[in-house]
Design a protein around this ligand. Structure first.
Ligand SMILES: C[S@@+](CC[C@H](N)C(=O)[O-])C[C@H]1O[C@@H](n2cnc3c(N)ncnc32)[C@H](O)[C@@H]1O
Length: 220
């Protein structure tokens, strides 16, 4: 029997169907448009060999090559996304590059918390991760505050969280276009919220002629 979906679930389903379709061309857009912000953001994770990094949402795995510069196929990269299409593209990169430390999981971002990590790690992975990277996801997720709290809860003390996303206070035409293409909101105070939760908070909000920010902090 079909269950009735509320507005949030329906919007979620639509977004995932959209990303399933977009997955085949996603890298063409994202490769050039976000390259600079992505490279900087991943350097701010301050990861080293043998570290465990969680990427939410991991999309097509565009970040994998940047993580590997620091991890060199050691440690763990846990990539989570709800779109099977996006994950299929990420899997292709894992196979083509013979990455041994990547774990791609289809899951709703809202489910990732300490209990989820405990079940997932099951003695084989650390329950607390060294770094979390949330790129271009929170603007599309109504539960973004909860997700930030959960991401910090799964970080080890001293671990790093980095968020790459959009913030345009008065969206205007540029904001409307980004909302249409990204299926998210551009005026959520994401980095302002992060600032209240971490130490060493830093934000650079001038990427892509303004609007794209990279915010980072350390779990106290
Ligand atoms: C703009 S893409 C960003 C992907 C990747 N982080 C990047 O920068 O290339 C947004 C991603 O969020 C994923 N997504 C949307 N809602 C989600 C949810 N509830 N849980 C997990 N992933 C979700 C989509 O499938 C899509 O891959």
């Amino acid at each position: 029997m079909a269950t009735k979906m509320d507005g949030t679930e329906e919007a979620q389903k639509k977004a995932i169907t959209y990303y399933d379709k977009l997955s085949v061309i996603y890298d063409f857009i994202s490769n050039w448009y976000y390259k600079k912000a992505r490279k900087y953001a991943i350097s701010e994770l301050k990861i080293n060999r043998e570290n465990t990094v969680l990427n939410l949402p991991c999309g097509t795995g565009e970040n994998l090559k940047y993580f590997q510069k620091f991890l060199q196929n050691s440690g763990n990269i846990i990539g989570i996304d709800l779109s099977s299409g996006m994950l299929a593209q990420a899997r292709k990169k894992v196979e083509a590059n013979n990455y041994k430390n990547v774990h791609l999981i289809i899951e709703n971002a809202t489910k990732i918390d300490q209990d989820w990590m405990k079940d997932f790690s099951n003695g084989n992975f650390p329950e607390k991760v060294d770094a979390v990277f949330c790129d271009l996801g929170l603007s599309g997720l109504p539960e973004w505050e909860n997700i930030i709290d959960n991401m910090i809860s799964i970080l080890r003390p001293g671990g790093r969280i980095v968020i790459l996303d959009w913030f345009i206070e008065d969206p205007g035409l540029k904001g409307a276009f980004v909302k249409w293409i990204g299926k998210g909101e551009v005026n959520r105070p994401i980095y302002q919220y992060l600032k209240t939760k971490v130490s060493d908070f830093k934000v650079v909000d001038s990427f892509n002629f303004g609007g794209v920010f990279v915010a980072s902090g350390t779990k106290p």
